[in-house]
Design a protein around this ligand. Structure first.
Ligand code: GLU
Length: 437
């Protein structure tokens, strides 16, 4: 039996990480078993399934490189097949028409549940059972002749010859109904695997109130698709050892449903950031620079006048401070003379007694250096500290605030070297003029 899995999103807006994780697990399972990964667009909600929502789904899949092996099936094109299945169920006595509520608004079709307890083996949750009393008959075709989700979902899974349904555990309760439909339609019941919910730090379903929750958010924030894929693969599954940075090939080789956990998986944005930093580090320098350049250009911080290799030198200095492409924007002072001064830092570092005098002395020493490098700029401040007193830090902090406006940043002396003497002296002069009363 060739494994056939499918991702069956309802395109109604953004793509939540829980949904795309279902796609990732379906894709990994299909690749691991040499099967097929299929896509079904459950676009029967005509009001919400807009072309833009559909494009969002397709973009998310393309960005993460989760390409289906067959053309997508659009559920909205399948109404005739869904209704034909309902007719078949009526003929077999497994369904009946009724004017629900007696409103005179027309008859709907109800599926007749078998009247026995139902059970199934979930590949992740184990054996699940539901009492007959909790399994009432249910509508499969509305009075306006539109098929209901349960019918469409099952009829299309049969048509697509899906062997494994891997989806969120919000569908567990539906699965009892779906199994009954498969049986009534005389079709083999697929295996089911319901994925644990993604929760926040409080154990509640992770939502946009908790932070970035949609694939598009992470893309906009500068995450690398490979890092997000790796992180989400681990959100509810583990390879059985403590390895975390795993290539696509390794994920495919190691993935099994048996190692998917049944308890909720907690979204950890800090870990995702760390993961992204790992992938950033592994990127070829040119690719890292290109991603950062896009961010700088989008924010109007790109400066064509700076030398071609300048961004590469900045990234060498920033190193692991750039975990996301967008982190480059936190070091805008590398790219513009118009950087803001952090008021609290100015207060603490430039308004401290003697700070501006030390800054002026540093300016003179830097102007006199024959070679302007990380080493020489550091030595100059050490010499000043030794000769004039005050701690080395008291010499360092005002210079940092003057050239960057902030207290946070990479090694000051490497920052100075990359800026170069001309810009450093300009910035020291500007700062002295601005804050000397
Ligand atoms: N359209 C359903 C959803 O997005 C699909 C459920 C399924 O995978 O069967 O939840």
């Amino acid at each position: 039996m060739t494994v056939r899995t499918r991702f069956a999103p309802s395109p109604t807006g953004q793509v939540h990480i829980g949904n795309i994780r279902a796609a990732i697990y379906n894709w990994l399972f299909a690749r691991h078993t040499g099967g097929k990964f299929l896509l079904r667009i459950e676009d029967t909600d005509r009001a919400r399934s807009t072309p833009a929502a559909l494009q969002t789904v397709l973009d998310a899949l393309a960005w993460l490189d989760l390409q289906p092996d067959e053309p997508p099936l659009y559920q909205s094109t399948r109404t005739a097949a869904h209704l034909a299945a309902a007719e078949e169920l009526l003929r077999r006595g497994c369904a009946y028409r009724t004017d629900k509520g007696g409103t005179g608004q027309g008859e709907c079709v109800l599926f007749r549940m078998p009247g026995t307890d139902l059970s199934f083996h979930d590949e992740i949750k184990g054996d699940l059972v539901k009492q007959a009393a909790d399994l009432p008959d249910f509508v499969i075709v509305r009075s306006d002749s539109t098929p209901v989700f349960h019918l469409a979902n099952v009829v299309d899974d049969i048509a697509m010859q899906v062997t494994h349904v891997i989806r969120g555990d919000d569908h567990v309760a539906n699965t009892f109904r779906h199994i009954a439909l498969f049986r009534a339609l005389g079709a083999p019941v697929p295996k089911y695997a319901h994925l644990p919910m993604i929760v926040n730090a409080q154990g509640k379903p992770y939502s946009k109130r908790d932070g970035a929750a949609y694939v598009g958010d992470f893309r906009a924030q500068g995450y690398l698709p490979a890092a997000l894929l790796n992180y989400l693969a681990l959100l509810g599954w583990s390879p059985g050892d403590d390895r975390e940075v795993l290539s696509r090939a390794e994920l495919i080789r190691l993935f099994t449903l048996a190692r998917v956990q049944s308890s909720p998986a907690q979204m950890d944005p800090v870990k995702l950031q760390w993961m992204n930093g790992e992938y950033m580090r592994a990127l070829p320098p040119a690719a890292r620079a290109a991603g950062c350049r896009d961010v700088l250009q989008a924010r109007g911080l790109w400066n064509d006048a700076l030398p071609a290799e300048y961004l590469g030198r900045v990234l060498d200095v920033l190193q692991e401070r750039v975990k996301l492409f967008t982190d480059i924007a936190t070091a805008a002072y590398f790219f513009t003379e118009d950087y803001p001064y952090d008021e609290a830092v100015v207060q603490k570092r430039l308004r401290a007694p003697g700070a501006l005098e030390r800054l002026a002395a540093a300016r003179s020493a830097y102007a006199a250096l024959t070679d302007f490098s990380a080493r020489s700029t550091e030595q100059a401040l050490r010499d000043l500290a030794a000769a004039r007193g005050a701690s080395f830090g008291d010499w360092v902090h005002p210079v940092r605030v003057a050239v960057s406006g902030t207290a946070i940043g990479p090694s000051l002396f490497h920052l100075l070297e990359v800026l170069g003497r001309h810009r450093v002296l300009q910035r020291l002069d500007k700062t002295l003029a601005r804050f000397t009363a």
